[in-house]
Design a protein around this ligand. Structure first.
Ligand code: NDP
Ligand code: HSE
Length: 433
């Protein structure tokens, strides 16, 4: 430790950074913080992009400046809550090499550079912690790293993006439109700086890279996950699936297939209304882990927003300080070279599809023909007429992703099809494998 106090530097004073600083500076928590960390902690400075902006949310006595200046301030722990993964990869790498422990909430950073940064941290004898990078305030990283370290996980799945869960549940429950639900999610501090990362599923994919690394031993070295977002879902889809007993949730799945193969994907998914994940609404997140011996386990809680995320950051800071004071650091996670990532085209599910067609004789037969051509069997179908047009909704029996992709592409070429709507997986549950 550099002095009698553990010196904490923070990069970022947005929704998360301001909440972290406020927790660290909260007088009423100092005794409890000292008990937990074993060494008094102090905010040694906060780096932001725009150093000229007034920031009434930060205590006036806290030093503020650029990232480069902050790194020279004799820090014990650097908290990175800025975003900007490529810039922060260099900053975090340099901080670790110079002996600082690092705590980050940056999933994009960890998903792309986590394996390499963890090795750097280990070589430097410091900690790299990232509890807040997945599911905000839910302590799922530590649960996988410690409590489940000896378990063989067969499937991990979850609602790990608060913004999309907030949008989908608002659209389902209050009939609100997509744009206003997204604007609310941004105002409440749930969305990424560029919300495309949320609504197209990239944020959830980054979190799945992190979770699958801990549960299955895959590397954190890029976003190689098949991803689809929520932008094609319309009111009609929500109404139809609800009538069929489902809700739509953006779900991230990593599932062992056979001994060593792993299927990973992110996308809006039909979840039976009776399933535990169906009850997770608003910006809440939930992660379900199915272990060979543990059986199913579920964690749920506030998955986005400054304060819940800051509690996860604070827990990491405390552990990093305690470790430093004791002269130890955490062991890095290992990568299992025997795990083979499956091509998504091979992954089978039941699917839901919606189409807008011109309401003419013979159209249904043409559409059914295309399904037949690619060997896809229809389990149920409904037609809703709207003037000269009709919306068709289908639920299929199990099919491969490749067969569904070919079917969708072929349907888009039919003259009678005005629009191919969305194509969503159905969650495989014990009742419907
Ligand atoms: P905000 O956009 O609210 O805040 C980002 C902060 O980082 C701002 O203060 C910004 O400075 C600063 N910053 C950005 N780039 C730089 C840079 N290159 N150098 C110095 N400062 C920089 O983001 P959030 O607080 O919402 O999120 C921060 C991180 O936490 C992200 O990685 C996000 O993915 C992650 N996260 C967010 C959650 C949430 O619910 N919001 C939950 C879990 C994780 P300035 O103010 O000058 O613009
Ligand atoms: N934008 C992210 C979300 C923040 O909505 O879940 C939490 O990681």
């Amino acid at each position: 430790m550099s002095s009698t106090h553990a010196r904490i530097g923070i990069i970022g004073a947005g929704f998360v950074g301001a909440a972290v600083a406020s927790l660290l500076g909260d007088e009423s928590r100092q005794a409890a913080l000292l008990d937990a960390s074993t060494v008094p902690m102090e905010v040694a400075g906060i780096a932001v992009r725009d150093v000229t902006r007034e920031r009434p949310e930060l205590a006036a006595h806290w030093w503020r400046g650029s990232v480069n200046e902050l790194l020279t301030r004799d820090l014990d722990v650097l908290v990175e809550v800025a975003g900007d993964p490529d810039v922060m990869a260099l900053v975090v790498d340099s901080a670790l090499r110079s002996g600082m422990s690092v705590v980050t909430a940056n999933k994009a950073l960890m998903a792309r550079h986590g394996t390499q940064l963890a090795q750097t941290a280990h070589a430097a004898g410091v900690d790299l912690f990232y509890e807040a990078s997945v599911a905000g305030g839910i302590p799922i990283i530590r649960a996988l790293r410690t409590s489940l370290a000896g378990e063989r996980v067969s499937r991990l799945m979850g609602i790990v993006n608060g913004t999309t869960n907030f949008i989908l549940s608002t659209m389902t429950q209050s009939g609100s439109d997509y744009q206003s639900a997204l604007a609310d999610a941004q105002r409440l501090g749930y969305a990424e700086a560029d919300p495309t990362a949320d609504v197209e599923g990239f944020d959830a994919a980054a979190k799945l890279v992190i979770l699958s690394s801990l549960a299955f031993g895959t590397a954190m070295d890029g976003l190689s996950i098949s991803t689809s977002g929520i932008t094609t879902i319309r009111d009609g889809d929500i109404r139809f699936v609800s009538k069929m007993g489902y809700v739509i949730k953006l779900i991230a799945v990593a599932q062992r297939v056979g001994e060593n193969r792993l299927a990973r994907y992110v996308g809006p998914t039909l979840v039976p209304a009776s399933h535990p994940l169906a009850a997770i609404n608003g910006a809440m997140n939930a992660v379900m882990v199915e272990g060979d011996k543990s059986g199913p386990l579920v964690w749920s809680g506030r998955g986005a927003g400054g304060e819940p995320t800051a509690t996860a950051v604070l827990g990491d800071v405390i552990e990093a300080v305690r470790n430093k004071a004791a002269g130890r650091h955490d062991v890095p996670f290992s990568v299992d070279p025997s795990i083979e990532l499956m091509a998504t085209a091979e992954v089978s599910s039941r699917f839901y599809l919606s189409l807008d067609v011109f309401d003419r004789p013979g159209v249904l037969a043409q559409v059914a023909n295309v399904f037949g051509e690619f060997g896809i069997s229809i389990q149920s179908m409904e037609q809703v007429g709207v003037g000269d047009e009709a919306q068709l909704f289908f639920i299929t029996h199990e099919a491969t992703t490749a067969a569904i992709d070919h079917t969708m592409a072929s349907l888009a070429h039919l003259a009678a099809v005005g629009r191919v709507g969305c194509c969503l997986r159905l969650l495989a549950t014990e009742e419907s494998p």
